[in-house]
Write a protein that binds this ligand. Structure first.
Ligand SMILES: Cc1ncc(COP(=O)(O)O)c(C=O)c1O
Length: 436
């Protein structure tokens, strides 16, 4: 090529949640059955979408308008419905014009970070859902700026570190909150959210809040929506149907802009996001048409409650099995459907192994382990020895050594079996250290 093709930021793009699949597939081809604990797709794990939701879709499939483009910002009736839902909370008030539809939040995230000036930064949690941290790093052509979620304190954010980072880095223009959180399963207490809003107000920042798991809470938790606590600070909430219906294959999510009239520069930013979608024409029409019918249906709340109870039950089973392992930092979860479990400091080493009978699998795992961080090493051995596929926590923009699991296994016996096998593997892995 006459000139370099790739932008500097491209090397920051990585998504281990799917990368690990390539490795697991190689082992599967060698005859190893895989237990997928890597990806947050309830459908893949056997969750059944209720018949009444499928009926709504079937009717729409038979309507001709479902096949057309829709307005660039999204179907007007749907945006009116969503604006009314948000306004009912009683906090920030919006109109249909403050809502913009995307082809899933993946699209929204790429657009929002992509339009930021290269030197302007959004500080995000660590660990963080990698789509955010990769997009931020890619736009800035450097590593992300983060604040720590503390595994020793229920994964709540270290607010002092957050404020110090903001104070000493004038390029930070916004704070990212993921609530409920992926990958930790933590739900932010209201007092923390209010303190974050206070920091944003004092340093003239906006808040970007990913609320894709807003309705997925259990074990008595409540997830507060940004609209409820943002008061007079500019903000963008990101919402979607991937996890709530669940319908991740719909590729449908939306952004809600709060308080844009209070800050002209923030308003311009929101307009630019709208314009970017206009250039693309619009997002997928049919999933948007389902929203008032599904979220407005009396059966939806009961449907979500039932699914949440099941996730809460799985969360308790996993706690029962893993919380007693002394080498782990284990936090029970309250929202979303993940848990990140870390090893206590000094537990992992680069000589630990698990027994792998098949020599071809062993050879591959040994090769993959060359020069990788200690949590990747554990994850590869766990995969090779047991077929359990989890995601290393250092791939979530974090230095913590651990791994993320999902809480999606529908079959309770299989769930107990997978997590008991994992516990036993952890025990033998940490004891296998030749140097101890
Ligand atoms: C926190 C978070 N935000 C956004 C997404 C992406 O959602 P979508 O399916 O709408 O692209 C995910 C998917 O796992 C997620 O966990």
């Amino acid at each position: 090529m006459r000139k370099r093709l790739l932008s500097e930021g491209a090397k920051e793009l990585s998504y281990e949640i799917r990368e690990i699949v390539k490795k697991a597939d190689q082992l599967h081809d060698l005859g190893l059955p895989i237990h997928w604990e890597n990806i947050g797709d309830p459908i893949e794990k056997g969750c059944q979408v209720p018949a009444w939701i499928k009926d709504i879709l079937t009717k729409l499939v038979n309507e001709n308008r479902s096949y057309g483009y829709c307005p660039s910002k999204g179907v007007l009736k749907t945006r009116e419905f969503l604006a009314a839902q948000t306004n009912r909370i009683g906090g920030a008030q919006i109109t249909a014009n403050d809502i913009l539809f995307f082809n899933g939040l993946g699209d929204a995230i790429a657009t929002v970070y992509g339009l930021l000036a290269m030197t302007s930064r959004i500080i995000g949690p660590s660990p963080a859902y990698s789509t955010h941290s990769s997009a931020e790093a890619s736009h800035a052509h450097t590593t992300p700026i983060t604040y720590r979620l503390d595994p020793e304190n229920h994964w709540y954010p270290d607010l002092e570190e957050l404020e110090n980072n903001i104070k000493y880095n004038p390029n930070i223009v916004a704070i990212l909150i993921i609530n409920p959180d992926n990958p930790t399963g933590m739900v932010y207490p209201l007092e923390y959210l209010k303190k974050i809003v206070d920091i944003a107000r004092r340093y003239h920042l906006f808040i970007l809040c990913d609320e894709i798991y807003n309705k997925i809470v259990y074990n008595g938790a409540r997830a507060y929506a940004l609209a409820e606590y943002i008061e007079d600070v500019p903000g963008i909430a990101l919402k979607g149907i991937s996890k709530e219906y669940p319908w991740p294959g719909a590729r449908c999510g939306w952004a809600e802009y709060y308080n844009r009239s209070l800050d002209p520069e923030f308003d311009l930013f929101c307009r630019a996001i709208d314009n970017a979608k206009m250039i693309e024409v619009c997002s997928t029409t049919m999933p948007q048409l389902t929203i008032p019918k599904v979220l407005g249906d009396k059966r939806f709340a009961a449907h979500r409650t039932q699914l949440n109870e099941l996730i809460g039950r799985r969360s308790s089973i996993i706690s029962e099995i893993l919380s007693e392992v002394p080498e782990l930092n284990f936090n029970p979860t309250y929202g979303a459907f993940y848990n990140t479990i870390t090893f206590k400091e000094g537990v992992l080493s680069n000589t630990q192994t698990l027994k792998i009978e098949n020599p071809l699998i062993r050879e591959k795992v040994e090769k993959w382990c060359e020069g990788v961080s200690l949590d990747y090493r554990f994850v590869y051995y766990l995969l090779g020895a047991t077929g359990i596929c989890v995601v290393p926590s250092s791939s979530f923009c974090s230095e913590l050594q651990g791994f993320r699991v999902t809480l999606l296994e529908e079959d309770e016996d299989e769930l107990r079996n997978v997590f008991s096998t994992m516990r036993d593997a952890i025990r033998s892995y940490v004891k296998s250290d030749k140097n101890k």
